[in-house]
Ligand binder design. Structure first.
Ligand code: CUA
Length: 365
């Protein structure tokens, strides 16, 4: 019996091993959350860069449960892989190049067949038990003190409504720590997907239908979590982002109170800000046809985001630009150039009007 394997066999074996190890290393590297630049580090007129959210860094009770299930299934699969591949390789080595005359043909092995039927059945039953339990836990009945938020998908930005607080905002969902949050998703146009990987699994927002998800943030260290649309919904699907800001209950109450304040009355404004307020309601600029500003009776449009507190938001245009005066000017001059295919179509504005509008909108904190 020949003891050594042919050289080519070893080369193939080594190649497959290297590719498999490199593949697994890449998957581990790609799945670990890596920090991008923060919003604050972004100089004026540069696009927003988000920290890459990762489901493997859970920050809510529900994601902790989901990740436990994920790890359970992953490690069971690793054990199955090692046992099956180990037996396969052992068989290949043990019985390589055996002279045909020494081989004994057998048929069937009842004990083995029972074993390899029962073992997978037990593993799948364990996975099913934990899966049903996790599904029941994360979709269970809503607690009494739950905060309700409506997330409404628009091409291409997210609107957030707080029915109890009567707050309406865009692109930024502020929630208190330690309180279960129930999000009701709707869409005004096409199907969108709502996902902040560290806080909850993705759920679609479907026109004419309300879907729900629940999450309870349980980490206060990091306060901002990136989220995005996950259903291909048009040209700017990739630029339909939002941020979930987790704050203390007191900070949340202060925020909600501030969000309820209407915009300052026009006769209290001076200089560029007053000129901007006048330009905003001018019919030829068409701002009021699509946007609401509480306290401005002409501004009643429902197509675009409510701008009552646009100056307090972290970014503009559904996450394309950081909210700086330079970026706001860029956006007002050429919204189709910044985000082609979005619904903001306006006649070109002269530089002074843009400067006035920037001064006014930036002052709406
Ligand atoms: Cu909305 Cu993709």
């Amino acid at each position: 019996m020949k003891s050594a394997l042919p050289g080519r066999w070893w080369a193939t074996f080594a190649f497959i091993t290297v590719v498999a190890v490199a593949g697994v290393a890449f998957l581990i590297w790609a799945s670990i959350g890596r920090s991008g630049e923060t919003l604050a580090a972004c100089p004026p007129a540069c696009p927003v860069t988000f920290t890459e959210p990762s489901s493997l860094l859970p920050a809510s009770v529900e994601m902790d449960q989901t990740i436990f299930l994920y790890n359970l299934i992953f490690w069971l699969a690793v054990i199955v892989f090692v046992v099956v591949e180990g037996l396969l390789f052992w068989t290949v080595f043990r019985y390589r190049n055996r002279p045909p005359e020494s081989a004994v043909q057998t048929h069937g092995n009842t004990k083995l067949e029972i074993a390899w039927t029962i073992a997978p059945a037990i593993i799948l039953a364990v996975i099913m038990g934990f899966t049903l339990q996790t599904m029941a836990d994360i979709r269970g009945p809503v607690a009494a003190q739950t905060l309700r938020v409506k997330a409404i998908g628009h091409q291409f930005w997210w609107e957030f409504r707080y029915p109890a607080q009567r707050v309406v905002t865009a692109s930024e969902m502020v929630v208190p720590y330690g309180v279960p949050i129930e999000v009701e998703m709707e869409s005004v146009d096409v199907e969108h997907g709502f996902w902040a990987p560290e806080l909850f699994g993705k759920v679609d927002a479907i026109p004419g239908y309300t879907t729900r998800l629940r999450f309870s943030p349980n980490q206060i260290g990091k306060s901002e979590y990136g989220g995005t649309c996950t259903q291909l919904c048009g040209a700017q699907h990739a630029q339909m982002r939002f941020v979930v800001k987790v704050v203390t209950q007191a900070e949340f109450d202060d925020w909600a109170t501030a969000q309820l304040q209407p915009a300052p009355a026009a006769d209290t404004l001076r200089g560029e800000v007053a000129a901007g307020a006048a330009a905003f309601v001018e019919a030829k600029n068409a701002c009021v046809a699509c946007h609401v500003i509480d306290g401005v009776p002409q501004a009643v449009g429902k197509v675009g985001p409510n701008l009552t507190h646009v100056g307090s938001r972290p970014f503009l245009a559904g996450g394309v630009l950081a909210n700086t005066p330079e970026n706001l000017a860029l956006w007002l001059k050429n919204p189709q150039g910044v985000k082609p295919g979005n619904l903001m179509r306006i006649a070109p504005l002269d530089d002074q009007t843009v400067a006035n509008l920037v001064a006014y909108l930036s002052a709406l904190k």
